[in-house]
Write a protein that binds this ligand. Structure first.
Ligand code: KG4
Ligand code: ZN
Length: 334
């Protein structure tokens, strides 16, 4: 069994997963409330909180799985990308836990985790597939032929989709994180009330499937300024619905292009934005139209979690003790 640890941003996570991908425990301590008053994640606060929580969360995962350390055959941990101080807490704990028992350690690319989360039981996706990952930190579309790796077909050139939701929510005076707030409010609004730009940049990726969301946010800012306070208040639901529609349209347009271009039959969504009801509906319609099957893993496997890190570790190369002791975390993986 694999014990996996993930601390790349503001969630302290540990999971126990079997070698064939069955989740025995997926423990998450979200720090969301701690960062809410700052309107975003404060890296130093996140690292300190990881430090306080990591041992508890690992113990919690083992207890929920009903296993002791004897049942663990390897330890997996997120090496990057992410907040460097946050990553270091998880990596140091993983090294210590593995070294104490002379177990192998598998360093994992966080994004690889998101991409292979749908390979977990009980309904594992079969490659080849295309996966759209949209979260607060990253937005990209990838192709998977073999779950040991993935090819990025396009990625955001500026803000991530979740960041666009969060910044939009702030402009509209909604709370943090903004995605769920916009999602809720948008249900009462008209998605065609305002015309926001749907940016599909030519970008630099070979497949031409990059994203851009920073212009959209600026456009909302100007619209709110032009409307004035009272009118913005009155039209808030329409603004939220139209703004959300623009983000979803860009994501789904690229997903559709990727499916056509790559000629795959299987498609997956991942990242926190996969919780968005408009995105789920639009991706569902698109896949039905194209006659392909769509996997949207449960919410706890879409947002940051350690089960997905274990999923990726099943396909990674373990480092034997003590070779991993000088391993470093990486804010960016090249
Ligand atoms: O994957 P995640 O939990 O953390 C990382 O950023 O890695 O994603 C969090 C992001 C936030 O930006 C949040 O606003 C967005 O996912 N999000 C949503 C929804 N739920 C969460 N965005 C749109 N609609 C939602 N329902
Ligand atoms: Zn993530």
């Amino acid at each position: 069994m694999i014990l996996a640890i993930e601390t790349s941003c503001d969630d302290t996570c540990a999971a126990v997963v079997t070698a064939d991908g069955a989740i025995r425990a997926n423990a998450i301590a979200s720090q969301g409330l701690l960062h809410e008053r700052y309107g975003g994640v404060v890296p130093e606060i996140a690292s300190r909180r990881h430090l306080e929580l990591i041992d508890v969360i690992v113990a919690d995962a083992l207890e929920s799985a009903g296993v002791g350390f004897d049942a663990i055959s390897k330890v997996a941990v997120t090496q990057g990308p992410g907040l460097i101080g946050a990553l270091l807490v998880g990596l140091s704990s993983a090294k210590a836990l593995a070294a104490a028992r002379e177990l192998p350690l598998v360093p994992v690319d966080h994004l690889h985790g998101h991409v292979v989360a749908p390979t977990l039981e009980p309904d594992p996706i079969e490659p080849p597939y295309v996966c759209l990952v949209a979260s607060g930190g990253h937005t990209f579309v990838a192709r998977v032929d073999d779950p040991r790796s993935y090819a990025v077909l396009g990625e955001t050139l500026d803000d991530a989709a979740g960041e666009a939701f969060d910044k939009g929510a702030r402009i509209l005076g909604l709370g943090y994180p903004g995605g769920p707030a916009i999602d809720r409010l948008a249900r009462e609004g008209d998605p065609e009330a305002f015309d926001f730009p749907r940016s599909l940049p030519s970008g630099h990726s070979a497949a031409g499937l990059d994203f851009s969301f920073s212009g959209l946010k600026t456009s909302l800012l100007y619209r709110v300024r032009d409307l004035g306070e009272a009118e913005t208040e009155r039209r808030r639901a329409d603004l939220a619905a139209s703004y959300q529609a623009a983000i979803v349209a860009s994501l789904v347009a690229r997903l559709g292009q990727a499916i056509g271009q790559q000629a795959v039959r299987n498609v997956a969504l991942g990242g926190g934005v996969a919780a968005n009801s408009a995105l789920r509906a639009a991706a569902g319609e698109l896949c039905q139209e194209l006659g392909v099957r769509l996997w949207i893993p449960p919410h706890e496997l879409c947002t940051d979690n350690a089960a997905m890190i274990a999923a990726a570790a099943r396909f990674g190369d373990p480092l034997e003790y003590p070779r991993y002791l000088d391993l470093d975390a990486a804010a960016r993986l090249v």
